[in-house]
Design a protein around this ligand. Structure first.
Ligand code: ADP
Ligand code: MG
Length: 254
């Protein structure tokens, strides 16, 4: 059963999730007991400085990685009890990923990159062609269909990556520093595409180290520091409101 809070379904829910890495003698607490709720249709940002655990948290949110401790629910199902093949299937249906480095395949054209994830979903050739054209249109790249990644700009490459993430029409898009390699203007075009997708009903989870970006686009921001959630802020009618602050030990004693 999907957990319900505030009326809307939690499409993803992290409950007291921890991810530790053993590095020789030392333990790296990359993510250290976090709770994250992602409601259907929302735009969530995970904000924090470099090394605060954002990418680790995103990989957990996208069930690309298993937690050391805690529970992750994807569409109401606890993924820790699932087989790797069931999980891969569930992930494929629910989540599209976008990365800072675009991760396009250099030997495939724009069109072929976008069509790649459709291979396993039983589309025939014509349906695939239609779908690719529709996605190219959505990200404004119809005239770049037969280019190779090294023949288009960084911003265009990232929009190809967005189209690829949408190939199988997942309800959730996860983006790890999607504008991290782009200049401000090009980055804004990429953000506009994400904003438009959110308006059309996609749930967006974006990781960023840029507080202005988080505040400008997200309804809810999880502020990470040293693997912990420091605070959660909420935007309503254009105003940012703090809804939760996790007290530090010395603050708690007062
Ligand atoms: P961010 O994305 O916020 O920069 P990360 O989630 O990549 O942070 O990393 C959080 C912390 O965990 C860092 O100290 C990083 O060095 C460490 N870390 C991340 N992945 C691994 C790994 N596979 N093995 C060991 N340590 C890791
Ligand atoms: Mg990172």
């Amino acid at each position: 059963m999907a957990s319900k809070k505030g009326g809307k379904e939690n499409i993803i829910h992290l409950h007291n999730v921890t991810k530790y890495y053993q590095m020789g003698e030392a333990v790296v607490k990359a993510v250290d007991g976090i709770d994250i709720d992602v409601k259907e249709g929302s735009f969530v940002a995970v904000m924090g400085p470099s090394g605060s655990g954002k990418s680790t948290a995103m990989n957990l949110v996208g069930s690309l990685d298993m937690p050391t401790r805690g529970h992750i629910f994807l569409d109401g199902e606890d993924i820790s009890s699932m087989s790797e093949s069931d999980l891969a299937q569930l992930r494929g249906e629910h989540v599209g990923f976008i990365f800072q480095q675009f991760n396009l395949i250099p030997t495939l054209t724009v069109k072929e990159n976008i069509a790649l994830p459709m291979g396993l979903q039983g589309y025939d050739e014509f349906e695939r062609e239609d779908r690719v054209l529709e996605l190219l249109k959505k990200v404004g790249l119809l005239d770049r269909a037969n280019h190779y990644p090294n023949q288009i700009s960084g911003g265009e490459q990232q929009r190809v990556a967005i189209a690829r993430a949408l190939a199988n029409d997942p309800p959730v898009i996860l983006a790890d520093e999607p504008t991290g390699n782009l200049d401000t203007h090009t980055g804004e075009r990429v953000m506009d595409v994400l904003k438009q997708l959110n308006k059309e009903g996609k749930t967006i989870v974006m990781v960023t180290h840029d507080p202005d970006l988080a505040k400008a686009y997200a309804d809810i921001v999880y502020w990470l520091k040293d693997g912990k959630i420091e605070k959660i802020t909420h935007k309503k009618n254009g105003f940012v409101k703090e809804i939760k602050r996790v007290l530090k030990k010395d603050e708690r004693r007062k």
